[in-house]
Design a protein around this ligand. Structure first.
Ligand SMILES: CCCCC/C=C\C/C=C\C/C=C\C/C=C\CCCC(=O)SCCNC(=O)CCNC(=O)[C@H](O)C(C)(C)COP(=O)(O)OP(=O)(O)OC[C@H]1O[C@@H](n2cnc3c(N)ncnc32)[C@H](O)[C@@H]1OP(=O)(O)O
Ligand SMILES: Cc1cc2nc3c(=O)[nH]c(=O)nc-3n(C[C@H](O)[C@H](O)[C@H](O)COP(=O)(O)OP(=O)(O)OC[C@H]3O[C@@H](n4cnc5c(N)ncnc54)[C@H](O)[C@@H]3O)c2cc1C
Length: 663
């Protein structure tokens, strides 16, 4: 084993708590930690899943081919684990998620959509017979599917999709068409060259009437030759900011026929004669999107943990400048401005992990209720999933970028793995519902609740709004005060936005125009509501831990307080505007923040070590456990194809004649 960097050795000695205890707590128990480690060993120690050349040096085509090679090995190995009865769904979650998944395929996996959307849509929207027909084929990967909803012309406004599926009762088939260029499907992951099937979302026409968008199972390519089926126009959309091995594609239809039974019919049906049978709620068609938003919140915590581990370890190893004259250069982690770039994101990753886990439980409860026809908790779940996805992905992307900047020049190297982590994180702000749009969905729910508080006490995530407008607590140095103040801010913002909509309507504006004119405030209100939820859950979770050591409890309390104070300081203007907070209280908050940074400082390396992220998962010259940053950067530079020969041919071709000309 390589020698461990001296600074990191010292940091690890300073730690006041048992890092293994925190690792087990984060994993959900010692057994879970062991299971995760054995899974990581199973995948990461397989030489076939390693790349000989860093993916950045591959061409676009090679990147794709390498990604398919690895994906096939990866999912074959997952199947092996399943057959051996090891790990269950956790295997899929880890392999598709932001830690293990992005370690093996750092630019994205072209088959992800098969598991994350194709299979869940069949399970959520298919009737019993359709599940029997398709699920087995999909689970065993006899077919590979994707989720084709977005079109060139419309991503957000899905009621405006243009692809048509017109029922022909004579042959009992739907005929799919892309009537315009803007109706081409555009973006679906794996659609370009990987999937041979897709869920296609299209406008359903039968008996001369349009019934809105519906999901259909569509075969795209021949199962033997993989050639596109006749009537299918398909390809890849090209290079992107990141995720360049996910094979996002385009798709058009020309009188392409599919059987009637390929319409997913759990909720809505078309009978053989063309009669349309409607579901109890048109929103059930949107179920898969809620599922993915829910799992993305967990991914936000994963990416944040990864980035903050890299930047914190690097900050302990890196020395720069003189703090005092003639003293040795300090570790950059001793600069308080640096701590301010790092530690709030350590705390934030806990906040997101805990909220993700609550959201997952709520999701499972509500989908269980939907199965038995109970729909009343769906709007609350939808509102919560939307804002957590939006705030989580936005904070995650901003966090990864801040952490990259915190690593100075070396953070800009792909060898730091921060650029590609940013590529993955910032994509989440757009896909599965653009963030502003999702916050407006949450705002729509909040305004409704605000206008009719009759049943509010039955709604756990919003019941605080009943009286939060009048909290008015005087400043105390406590999380409970911050929570109460944030709740008051959220309530006041909703109240004000509601008032402004009403004022505008009274002035004669249409409700929709009044809504649009108030939408900056509406987004801010939804954001504030989400932040109260994140803090509330973090607080509840830490307070509920009974069986942990006092040392660990102290560290978690420091992180909880830091998260609370950091959130409060980011919202200073709102606190001054909407609560009893005065200037002196803001000063007290600032001093509290600085005190917390100092308290966390000796434990910073211990906390990120507790995340227990293997070097292969970090994939970073700056973040490895041994801290041999400079050796690793040097070794990475040697992998550049330009360094494989002392003189590049461009010298003879261009540079030499150019130099000669200038003589
Ligand atoms: C097998 C294990 C797997 C584990 C996985 C683990 C890890 C993997 C993690 C991550 C995955 C990694 C990689 C994946 C990579 C990429 C995937 C990207 C895939 C996509 O990128 S795929 C396309 C997604 N594309 C969108 O995301 C479109 C956004 N656009 C919309 O979502 C709607 O279009 C909207 C909402 C904007 C307007 O829609 P609209 O105009 O029809 O609705 P409107 O505003 O009129 O609202 C009418 C009433 O519906 C309610 N409502 C709306 N939505 C609802 C819902 N979902 N559920 C329940 N209620 C809902 C409202 O609240 C309202 O309620 P009310 O009337 O009561 O107020
Ligand atoms: C990496 C990646 C992977 C993807 N994978 C898939 C996939 O597998 N399958 C799939 O079907 N799709 C996929 N998508 C598409 C994705 O879901 C859409 O890009 C997303 O839903 C946003 O839609 P849009 O691109 O049309 O943006 P637009 O809706 O055009 O948004 C552009 C701007 O308009 C604003 N805007 C739009 N509507 C409103 C409104 N009502 N109120 C206020 N502002 C508004 C937005 O806030 C944004 O600022 C993927 C996208 C990406 C980037």
């Amino acid at each position: 084993m390589a020698k461990i960097n001296e600074d990191l050795l010292k940091e690890r000695k300073k730690c006041s708590f048992n890092t293994a205890e925190l690792t087990h707590l984060l994993d959900g128990g010692k057994d879970k930690t062991l299971e995760r480690r054995s899974r990581e060993h199973f995948f990461l120690d397989d030489p076939e899943l390693r790349s000989k050349i860093p993916s950045e040096y591959l061409s676009h085509k090679e990147k794709y081919e390498e990604a398919i090679r690895k994906s096939c090995i990866l999912f074959r190995k997952v199947q092996e684990l399943q057959e051996a009865g090891k790990g269950g769904m956790d295997n899929y979650r880890e392999i598709l998620g932001g830690q293990l998944g992005s370690a093996i395929l750092k630019d994205g996996n072209p088959i992800t959509l098969h598991y994350v959307m194709f299979i869940p849509t069949i399970m959520g929207q298919g009737n019993f017979e359709q599940q029997a027909e398709w699920i087995q084929k999909a689970w065993t990967c006899s077919i590979i599917g994707t989720y084709a909803q977005t079109e060139l012309g419309h991503g957000t406004f899905i009621r405006g999709l243009e692809t048509t599926a017109t029922y022909d009762p004579k042959t009992e088939e739907f005929v799919l068409n892309s009537p315009t260029l803007t109706s081409y499907k555009w973006w679906p992951g794996g659609l370009g060259h990987s999937a041979n099937f897709a869920i296609v979302v299209a406008q359903l026409y039968t008996q001369g009437k349009c019934h809105g968008i519906h999901p259909f199972i569509v075969q795209l390519r021949d199962e033997e030759t993989h050639m596109p089926m006749k009537g299918i126009k398909i390809g890849e959309i090209g290079c992107k900011l990141g995720m360049n091995s996910t094979n996002n594609g385009y798709l058009g239809f020309e009188n392409y026929r599919i059987p009637r039974t390929n319409l997913l019919m759990k909720n809505n049906k078309v009978l053989p004669d063309g009669t349309y049978v409607k579901s109890p709620s048109s929103k059930l068609t949107y179920g898969t999107m809620i599922f993915v938003r829910v799992v993305l919140v967990q991914d936000c915590a994963s990416y944040m943990k990864k980035a903050v581990t890299i930047a914190t370890r690097y900050s302990a190893v890196r020395h720069q400048s003189e703090m005092k004259p003639n003293c040795p250069e300090p570790q950059i982690i001793d600069y308080v401005t640096q701590q301010y770039k790092l530690f709030p994101y350590i705390a934030m990753s806990f906040a997101f992990q805990y909220s993700a886990s609550w959201l997952w439980d709520i999701y499972n409860n509500v989908t269980g209720e939907l199965e038995s026809g109970q729909l009343e908790n769906l709007p609350e779940l939808h509102a919560l999933a939307c804002c957590l996805k939006a705030v989580g992905t936005a904070d995650c992307a901003a966090g990864v970028e801040t952490l990259r900047l915190a690593c100075g020049g070396h953070g800009y190297m792909t060898a730091s793995n921060l650029p590609s982590t940013y590529g993955l994180a910032t994509a989440m702000c757009t896909y599965e519902g653009e963030n502003t749009v999702l916050l407006l969905q949450t705002a729509r729910y909040l305004i409704k609740i605000w206008q009719n508080k009759k049943n509010i006490q039955k709604l756990p995530t919003v019941r605080y709004l009943d009286n939060a407008l009048f909290n008015n607590r005087s400043y105390e140095k406590s999380v409970s005060w911050i929570l109460s103040a944030l709740q008051q801010v959220a309530a006041a913002k909703i109240d004000l936005a509601n008032k402004h909509i009403n004022d505008r309507v009274r002035q004669g504006k249409a409700y929709e125009d009044a809504w649009n004119e108030t939408s900056i405030e509406l987004v801010a209100a939804a954001d504030a509501h989400c932040r109260t939820f994140l803090l509330d859950i973090f607080n509840l979770t830490v307070n509920n831990f009974q069986l942990i050591s006092p040392e660990l409890k102290a560290v978690l309390t420091d992180l909880l307080e830091l998260y609370a104070v950091h959130t409060a300081i980011r919202m200073t203007g709102d606190l001054l505007r909407f609560t009893n907070t005065i200037g002196k209280d803001v000063e007290a908050l600032q001093l509290w923040l600085e005190e917390l940074l100092a308290k966390i400082r000796p434990n910073a390396i211990g906390i990120v070590d507790s995340f227990d992220i293997r070097d292969e998962v970090l994939g970073s010259a700056l973040g490895a456990y041994d801290g041999n940053v400079y050796e690793r950067l040097f070794a990475e530079a040697q992998k550049s194809p330009l360094n494989q020969e002392p003189v590049n041919k461009s010298f003879g071709l261009y540079l030499k004649p150019f130099l000669k000309n200038n003589l």
